[in-house]
Write a protein that binds this ligand. Structure first.
Ligand code: SF4
Length: 190
């Protein structure tokens, strides 16, 4: 390689390193611009929890130790992507009732042994009714608008939560709760 080419290569490397450093440390805001461009990490939610979260999304309140914080995170940033799944999610995984070895919820296991199977059915039903597949991702605000448009009270009761023992009670308040959740996700809440 000619001496001039070597010098140019060295200069280019030095300039590239400077630019990298400038993006990270420049006080004029390059750093925040770089961070803002980073994609948001998806929140993993099982199908039936999309509906269990309605109250917490609408009101910002929940006594559930692991569902509440996830709902708060979504309310604070409605653009966060939600990845829909069947089975364990970001709410079950840290929950005191989740049996990691068996991959089941132990909360009502003795009284209602069918609950886990029914929850899995509701997960699958919810994702299917939305026209999605397990693993698909959509922003929280868009996802809840989609739920509102596709899941009427009838669809909620007869297709999504048809296997759940609580459906008759839940269906009576469904419309008000989805309305409130969509409204809450129209803008971020701290
Ligand atoms: S483990 Fe059971 S009680 Fe806990 S979040 Fe999951 S379904 Fe709900």
């Amino acid at each position: 390689m000619k001496t001039s080419h070597v010098r140019f290569a060295k200069l280019s490397t030095t300039r590239r390193n400077f630019l990298k450093t400038a993006v990270v440390f420049c006080p004029l805001g390059f750093r925040s611009a770089a961070l803002a461009a980073e994609p948001l990490q998806p929140i993993v939610i099982r199908g039936h929890h999309l509906f269990d979260m309605l109250d917490a999304l609408g009101t910002g309140k929940s006594s559930h130790k692991t569902l509440g914080p996830v709902a708060q995170k979504i309310r604070a940033n409605p653009k966060v992507p939600i990845k829909v799944v069947v089975g364990v999610d970001d709410i079950c995984a840290p929950c005191e009732w989740w049996d990691r070895a068996k991959g089941i919820c132990t909360r009502n296991l003795k009284t209602y042994p069918q609950d886990n199977e029914n929850s899995m059915t509701s997960d699958k039903n919810a994702i299917r009714v939305l026209g999605m597949k397990p693993g698909d991702t959509m922003s929280a605000a868009d996802l809840y608008r989609l739920i509102k448009s596709k899941v009427t009270k009838k669809v909620f009761a007869e297709e999504v939560c048809v296997a759940c023992r609580l459906v008759n009670k839940c269906k009576e308040t469904y419309e008000a709760r989805i309305e409130a959740a969509v409204k809450a996700l129209a803008e971020p809440h701290s």
